[in-house]
Ligand binder design. Structure first.
Ligand SMILES: Nc1ncnc2c1ncn2[C@@H]1O[C@H](COP(=O)(O)OP(=O)(O)O)[C@@H](O)[C@H]1O
Ligand SMILES: [Mg+2]
Length: 252
């Protein structure tokens, strides 16, 4: 079953058709990769589906519920999380606080019990810290919990961004170039993390450029060029597709 699907989704920015009639299905519990040259519409796809940008035409369904045009916070509460191509962290908070802030929608205590530090709030706070620490362990940041993210290596900052997205306990996560700019070792951490998330039953849509990475983790691949789907299938199938080769290598 597809956890998310788009029907004839089109997104225009003025005269630019960034997504052109996309019907994309993301199978539940699997890793789907969305690839394509720069400017082919990958980030736009994520932005439209998660409610950042309004759709021009077409439909988006999450677990068969029509979420077209739904407000961004409502979409995230349904269980859809994402990371950004450009990392977004709270630089003045510690690593663990960055995760805790992302979990704020889980807090049941009202503002007054927070200020008064009531027992129910303290219990909730303790549970949230435990959960945040679990997430930091998952992404390999348990030793950095009380550091500032400011001076951290790029790959670790990326991992923190993923932990923040996971703090929403999503069923579906969009990762926009999670391994961009990473060293070989950091890269392996992210690849391993993909597999752990999959084992936990989280569905992943991965935008990525490194073909080794896609080959290793993706169950399915969609290839975009100029906003349109030019190929879809397993990696082994799409890597031989003449349209895909042409899109990546040019006319020759
Ligand atoms: N907010 C925006 N305003 C105007 N044009 C945009 C905006 N976002 C993306 N585009 C345009 O849409 C096209 C697809 O961009 P994008 O989705 O970022 O591609 P990719 O992520 O595949 O590199 C590009 O031509 C880009 O310039
Ligand atoms: Mg992009």
């Amino acid at each position: 079953m597809d956890i998310l699907r788009t029907e004839n989704m089109t997104k225009r920015f003025g005269g630019v058709v960034a997504n052109n009639d996309l019907s994309i299905g993301i199978p539940e519990g699997e890793i789907t990769a969305l690839i394509g040259p720069n400017g082919s519409g990958k980030t736009t796809f994520i932005n439209v589906v998660t409610g950042v940008h309004p759709i021009t035409s077409g439909k988006v369904y999450f677990k068969d519920q029509d979420i077209t045009g739904m407000e961004i916070n409502r979409i995230s509460r349904l269980g859809i999380a994402r990371t950004f191509q450009k990392i977004r962290l709270f630089e003045n908070l510690s690593v663990i606080e960055n995760v805790l802030v992302a979990r704020k929608s889980f807090y049941k205590s009202g503002p007054l019990s927070v200020v008064l530090g009531t027992p129910s709030f303290r219990k909730e706070e303790k549970e949230n810290r435990e959960k945040a620490m679990e997430l930091l362990e998952l992404v390999g940041l348990e030793d950095n919990a009380y550091d500032s993210p400011k001076g951290m290596a790029y790959g670790l900052r990326r991992c923190l961004e993923i932990a923040r997205a996971l703090a929403l306990e999503p069923q579906l996560i969009f990762l926009d170039e999670p391994a961009a700019g990473m060293t070989r070792d950091e890269f392996k951490v992210i690849m391993n993390l993909m597999m752990i998330l999959k084992e936990k039953g989280i569905t992943i849509l991965l935008v990525e450029h490194t073909m080794d990475f896609i080959k290793a983790v993706a169950d399915w691949v969609y290839v975009l060029n100029f906003g349109q789907i030019i190929a879809k299938g397993t990696f082994d199938v799409i890597e031989k597709d003449p349209l895909v080769l042409k899109a990546y290598l040019g006319e020759d």
